[in-house]
Structures are given as structure tokens and as C-alpha cells.
Write a protein that binds this ligand. Structure first.
Ligand SMILES: NC(=O)c1ccc[n+]([C@@H]2O[C@H](COP(=O)([O-])OP(=O)(O)OC[C@H]3O[C@@H](n4cnc5c(N)ncnc54)[C@H](OP(=O)(O)O)[C@@H]3O)[C@@H](O)[C@H]2O)c1
Length: 329
């Protein structure tokens, strides 16, 4: 019997951005014994998706060509593997697909049971798809290196979020406020009101000299910086940090790695911490619960049909999204 086929978007070489995406008909994947097969209702694009295509993570990723990108998916379970206990056909879920395999820019995708969580009716597929890599990264940065207690019971920390209008940044501001911190945020002038509406106490325009200097208007010294953009040297952070301040760098380049090593080796109280997301199911469950309860929102920059996935891809590469970019099959 012929395999059931689906529409998917894939690329088969490094480079060329949106022009490298190809619309194809491929077989619907089969879940292995620990996986679920999902009908994809929404997937979100993260910068790492096009960075993989660009070859920035070679030779590790992509694991093979052709490659169907994206990992962050909201959808419905249509089939379960033999060992899957928590889900059945018809369940609404959000799932983070295996980074090695990708697969989200398609009508169907397989996800491990271990990174799939139930999606309550209050959380749309798009809201759920948004909160995966971006929300998990913001949560991990705040809870681990920044030591913020999300229930607000910890000491009142001073936090700086750079690129607070972006995918990670907009979750970081909201989660930091749940943790009862003082939040300074950087963004472009057009996003001032938006970032304030997320709860930021003060906002800096990154295109002004004061914004570029990261200087808090009210004179705060930051206990932690959730650093969601690039190109800011340690010498700019350093005078703005509290005595034990940390810069948690989500996109550490060579110079950041050098600073990380030097600060470690010299037992500096001020530290640079390179962060790599380690997705955990319990964190995903927490985020979905916060979205359900209205304590955390996914702000959607734009929605694109799968037939126009190139537009979503280009929008992410341009680097000016406000919130999350969503593709809907
Ligand atoms: N380490 C990890 O595990 C991990 C996980 C997730 C993400 N990341 C990385 O974290 C970074 C952020 O990801 P993202 O999804 O949040 O990106 P994003 O959504 O594409 O960020 C776009 C936003 O950044 C703003 N922005 C750009 N340059 C800025 C600057 N110099 N100062 C302030 N705001 C600026 C833009 O505002 P304007 O339009 O006004 O310019 C836009 O709103 C990416 O490099 C990503 O690869 C790493």
C-alpha cells in the first residue's frame, strides 16, 4: 500500500535563506515506540532554525539533507507508539521535536513523549508553539544562573533584559516580573509601550547613547542580564553590574567565551555565563500552565500559512519580530 504523503517544507543544502526552502510531498513519518505522531496546527520559527540552515552549527546540524526545519509545535495526537502511556489520538498537545531531526514545517511530525505536554483548551496551538524554545530559554536563564524564584519569594533582584521585544525577551520580561524583580529592558523606540505592557519597570532605546550604554534610568545595578541580542562587549556590561552580577549570554561568540574563561580563571565576582537550552518536560508543563492561567502570554508577531513559510523564514532572518513568528499548516 502506498505510504500516506504530506506537504512539507525542507532545504537540501546550507545557505541561501528563504530561497533555499522547497515545498515537497513526503511520506507522513511513523512514530517509534516512544513517540507520538502529531497533526501540526502551528509551529514557531526560532533564529536557531535558520542558523542551522546557514551552517552555523555544522557539522552537528542539520543531521542530514534534505532537512525539514523547526522543532516547536502545537498540534493534535493522531497516533501513538507502542510504549506511549500519557497520550492517545485526539489529545491536544505542545511538543518540542528532536533538534537533530526537526520536522515542524510540515502537516505531520513525530515528537518524543518525553517532550510532549498536554495543551489545555485555553492555550491555542500558536500560543503553545511559541512558548517552547523561547519560553524554555527565558525560564532556564532566570531560574538557574540568575537565581530568580518565579513565585516571587526570593530577594528582589535587578534584571536587565536585552532585546526584550523578541521571542525570548518578551517571555523573559514577563517571567522576571512573576519573580518580583525590577526589570530594565532594551528595545527599539517603536516597542516601548509593548515592553512596558509586559511589565518592564523601565525601558531603554537601544539606538540611543544611553540605551547603548545599558545605563538604568533609575540607577539600578543589574544582578543578572538576560542577554538576548549580540554585539555588546563586556566593557559595556561591567560598570552596570552589581558586585556579583552575571551576564547570561544566549548567543556567546568567541569574545564572550574568552570573557567567560577569564572571569572563571580569575575568580571574578562578576561573571559571564554562556547558556545552552536544556529542555525539560517539567519546565514546559510550568510554562503551559502559566499561559493557561493568563500569567504568561505568547505575543504573536505574525502568522503565515505553510504555503508561505518563506515569508516567516525571512521575517525571522530580518531580526525584527515583536514576539513569535508562527507558521500554520
Ligand atoms: N542559547 C540558547 O539555547 C538559545 C535559545 C534561544 C535563543 N537563543 C538566541 O537568542 C537570541 C534571541 O532569540 P529570539 O528568538 O529572542 O530572537 P528574535 O525574536 O529574532 O529577536 C528579535 C528582536 O530583537 C530586537 N533587537 C535586535 N537587536 C537589538 C538590540 N541591539 N537591542 C535591543 N533589541 C534588539 C528586535 O527589535 P527591533 O526590531 O526594534 O530591532 C526584535 O524585536 C538569538 O540569537 C537566538 O539564537 C539562544
Amino acid at each position: 500500500m502506498a505510504a500516506k504523503v504530506m506537504h512539507a517544507v525542507q532545504y537540501d543544502s546550507y545557505g541561501v535563506g528563504a530561497a533555499g526552502l522547497k515545498h515537497v510531498e513526503v511520506p507522513v513519518p511513523t512514530p517509534n515506540k516512544n513517540e507520538v505522531l502529531l497533526k501540526v496546527e502551528a509551529t514557531s520559527i526560532n533564529p536557531v532554525d535558520w542558523k542551522i540552515q546557514k551552517g552555523m552549527l555544522r557539522p552537528l546540524l542539520p543531521s542530514k539533507f534534505p532537512f525539514i526545519p523547526t522543532t516547536d509545535v502545537g498540534g493534535e495526537v493522531v497516533e501513538v507508539g507502542a510504549n506511549v502511556k500519557s497520550f492517545k489520538a485526539g489529545d491536544k498537545v505542545v511538543a518540542m521535536l528532536n533538534t537533530l531531526n526537526g520536522g515542524g514545517l510540515a502537516e505531520y511530525a513525530v515528537a518524543k513523549e518525553s517532550l510532549t505536554v498536554t495543551r489545555p483548551a485555553e492555550v491555542s496551538a500558536a500560543e503553545g508553539a511559541g512558548v517552547l524554545i523561547a519560553g524554555l530559554t527565558a525560564l532556564q536563564a532566570l531560574v538557574n544562573p540568575a537565581e530568580v524564584k518565579l513565585d516571587g519569594t526570593g530577594p528582589r533582584k535587578k534584571i536587565l533584559v536585552t532585546a526584550a521585544s523578541g521571542g525570548v525577551g518578551h517571555y523573559a520580561v514577563q517571567l522576571a516580573k512573576l519573580g518580583n524583580t525590577h526589570v530594565t529592558a532594551t528595545c527599539g523606540a517603536r516597542n516601548f509601550d509593548f515592553v512596558k505592557s509586559l511589565g518592564a519597570d523601565e525601558v531603554l532605546d537601544y539606538k540611543t547613547p544611553e540605551g547603548a550604554a545599558l545605563k538604568s534610568p533609575s540607577g539600578q545595578k543589574y544582578d543578572a542580564v538576560i542577554h538576548c541580542t549580540t554585539g555588546i562587549p563586556w566593557s559595556t556590561f561591567e560598570p552596570n553590574l552589581s558586585a556579583n552580577g552575571k551576564v547570561i549570554d544566549l548567543t556567546p561568540g568567541a569574545s564572550a567565551m574568552w570573557t567567560f574563561a577569564v572571569k572563571k580563571l580569575t575568580f571574578s565576582k562578576k561573571q559571564l555565563v554562556p547558556l545552552l537550552l536544556i529542555p525539560k518536560k517539567e519546565n514546559l508543563e510550568l510554562l503551559v500552565r502559566l499561559v493557561k492561567e493568563g500569567q504568561l502570554k505568547t505575543v504573536i508577531d505574525s502568522k503565515h500559512p505553510l504555503s508561505k513559510a518563506e515569508d516567516a523564514w525571512s521575517r525571522s532572518i530580518d531580526g525584527h519580530a515583536t514576539g513569535k513568528i508562527i507558521v500554520e499548516p
